[in-house]
Design a binder for this molecule. Structure first.
Ligand code: NAD
Length: 424
């Protein structure tokens, strides 16, 4: 066969025909081909409608995080993720939080921003005012595009106008604030932004360019708060250690990227399990981490309450839906929503915030306490080494070996000391 990737009509083939081509192209075995062709809970026709050039599916483990109590209600949390330890860490954190009453959450209305870029506006500042004067007309036109959303209490609710400086000169940027109810909203918002384009051109005398949703969803925020009792953490030392670990992220973008990545380990696993768009939520989280602080900073905050317990909070944008996208098409996504028992996108967003906080706390605790334990272990090992009669550099070698072995004991120390002296 001619090994080419120039396949103009590839999209017209059936998934089976495409897979056959790929099999020959790449020399896939029968076993490999069958692994790709297996569709699990989905029908190949549904899969084929979801994206382009489908040849099969890619499976991921689905795990359940336990112990979550959110606003007084017990929840099992479905998580779709390939990374080990994430589900266990979330469960462990939720267990500790549970001892402090669990997670308490709130959220804003599900408002997304649709951006309309207007260039070549002769008088951008007065154009800004003119757009605001026509707000009702703009909103009416936007809402005509989605009567279903309006019927459910959503729709375009407000207009903001910004004049920004760009490398190509000033631009007028109109924001349509759209309440998306239970949809993530990208399609709804994009349609509205496109529809108001010609009207905005007439109002401003400029030229409309991009019309697209923003993933920096600053008006669609979910928040969670939890108290992690100091006794459950292993004492006030550990509370201090977690706060110190968090402070590192607050002061350093290199650490902070990993800090926020840890939050998204949990958040994205639930976003994925419910058939939502992980990239939309990830983009929102990281851009908000910048927007909120004026520099890249952590999405969480930690402090000590009057009793010395650790109190953690998180606030992040949650562009997720319980209708639309793959949420209703994917059978496992539908089942995941049922497991969560969420009735609205708002509730789902709040679960995400709780999971993000749990995941972050688990990571900080592990990092901080491993550090503490290693420190303790080294101190203890030093004492033991001295007790068995080690001198000078023998002590350092003995400590290092016992810590590596994670066995700090007199008998081991004696044995090691004999070995070290024998080596000389
Ligand atoms: P959608 O268009 O499939 O469904 C939303 C529509 O459902 C609404 O417009 C409304 O008419 C109707 N609806 C029925 N009941 C509703 C209720 N209770 N609440 C709200 N709406 C209700 O989905 P969507 O949410 O507009 O789009 C989501 C998809 O768009 C995701 O799959 C995402 O991957 C994709 N996307 C994302 C981006 C981005 O993030 N930048 C850009 C483009 C597309």
């Amino acid at each position: 066969m001619d090994r080419t990737s120039e396949l103009s009509g590839f999209y017209k083939l059936t998934p089976e025909e495409r897979l056959q081509y790929v099999k020959e192209f790449a020399g896939l075995t029968e076993e490999e081909t069958e692994a790709i062709a297996a569709t699990g809970s989905m029908k190949i026709d549904d899969v084929n409608r979801m994206i382009e050039n489908v040849i099969g599916t890619f499976e991921l483990p689905l795990g359940i995080a336990t112990h979550f109590r959110i606003n007084g209600e017990d929840k099992l949390i479905p998580m779709a993720i390939e990374e080990p330890s994430v589900v266990a860490a979330a469960s462990k954190a939720a267990k500790i939080a549970r001892a402090g009453g669990g997670f308490y959450t709130t959220s804003t209305d599900p408002i997304m921003i649709g951006q309309v870029q207007i260039v070549d506006v002769p008088d951008p500042q007065s154009a800004r005012f003119k757009v605001l004067e026509k707000k009702e007309e703009i909103l009416k036109l936007a809402n005509e595009q989605d009567p279903v959303l309006v019927k459910f209490g959503g729709g375009a609710k407000d207009v903001e106008v910004r004049v920004i400086d760009s490398p190509k000169g000033p631009m007028v940027i109109v924001h349509l604030l759209v309440d998306c109810r239970d949809a993530m909203g990208a399609n709804a918002v994009n349609t509205m932004a496109e529809a108001v384009g010609p009207l905005l051109e007439r109002i401003t005398g400029g030229r409309v360019y991009l019309r697209i949703i923003s993933n920096l969803a600053v008006y669609r925020l979910a928040r969670a708060r939890a108290t992690f009792p100091k006794e459950e953490l292993g004492g006030e030392d550990v509370v201090d250690a977690v706060i110190e670990a968090w402070a590192f992220a607050a002061a350093d973008p290199f650490r902070c990227a990993t800090h926020n990545k840890g939050i998204m380990n949990g958040v994205s696993a639930v976003v994925r399990a419910t058939g939502n768009d992980t990239r939309a939520v990830e983009a929102g989280a990281h851009s908000y981490a910048y927007y909120k602080h004026g520099h890249y900073g952590p999405l969480t905050y930690y402090e000590k309450d009057s009793q010395g317990n650790l109190v953690g909070t998180i606030e992040l944008p949650v562009a997720v839906g319980t209708i639309g996208g793959a949420t209703k098409v994917h059978p496992v996504a539908r089942a995941s929503l049922k497991i969560l028992g969420v009735k609205s996108a708002k509730e789902l967003g709040e679960v995400l915030a709780a999971v993000g906080l749990a995941q972050n706390f688990a990571a900080l605790r592990a990092l901080a306490t491993e550090g503490i334990q290693r420190g303790h272990m080294a101190l203890h090992a030093r004492n033991i080494a001295a007790m068995v009669g080690a001198k000078g550099e023998e002590i350092d070698i003995l400590v290092q070996r016992m810590v590596e072995m994670k066995k700090v004991r007199m008998d081991i120390a004696e044995q090691l000391l004999k070995e070290i002296r024998g080596e000389k």
